[in-house]
Design a protein around this ligand. Sequence first.
Ligand SMILES: *Cc1c(COP(=O)(O)O)cnc(C)c1O
Length: 227
Amino acid sequence: MSIPDNIRLIENELIGTPCKLIAVTKTKPVSDLMEAYHAGCRRFGENKVQEMVDKYDQLPKDIEWHMIGHLQSNKVKYMASFVHLIHGVDSLDLLKEINKRAAQHERVIECLLQVYIAQEDTKFGLDYHEVMEILGSSEFQLLNNIKIVGLMGMASNTEDMGLVRQEFRKLKMFFDQLKGQVSLPNVEIKELSMGMSGDYEIAIEEGSTMIRVGSKIFGERNYSVSQ
Ligand SMILES: *Cc1c(COP(=O)(O)O)cnc(C)c1O
C-alpha cells in the first residue's frame, strides 16, 4: 500500500464524523511528506521542534504544523511563528512561555492540555484536578496570546481494546464536562485529540475530533537510523 492509498483509506473512515486526520510525520523524510501533501494532506504532526522547523522550511506554506510531543520550554521560541496547534501542554509554566513567544509574533497560539488516561506511568499529562487548577488560576487568565481549545490523551499501549475504549470514554466525559463548565476568553473547548495507528477506530467511535496517525500511513519508523 502506498502513502496516498493509506491516507485515502483513513480519510474514508472519517467521512460523516467530526474527526480530522493529523498525519504524524516524525522521522520520515520530506519526500514522504510531499507524497502525503499531494494526496491532500495539510495537517502534519511532529514530536521534535528542530525536526518540525527543518521540515517547515522545506515544505509548502499552507500546511498546518501540529506539535504532538512532549515540549520543553526552551524550544518554544523556534516554532512560535508558525505552529498551528500544540497538543501536549502539561503545565502552567509551559503555557506562560508559549504565551510570551506568541506575543512576540503578535499571534494567539492554540493549545491542548494533555490529560493522563493510561495505566502506565511513563506517559506525560495532567489529571482532572490539575486541569481545573490551571484553568482556575489568575495567572492563566492573564494569558491573552494562548487559547486552550481542548484536550489530548494517549491510551495505554495494550492489546486490551476494552481498556483502551474505557480510557478514551473517560477522556470524552471529562471533555464534555469541561465544555459546559469553563467560560473564559482564552478557553474554547472544541478539540479532542485521541487515537493513533493502533486505536484510532475506537477513538473515532468514542468522540475524537483529531486522530494522530503515523505508522499506518508511512510504515514503521526506524529509530536506529533516524534518531
Ligand atoms: C508517534 C505519535 C503518534 C503516532 O503514532 P503511530 O502509532 O505511528 O500512529 C501519535 N501521537 C503521538 C503523541 C506520537 O508521539
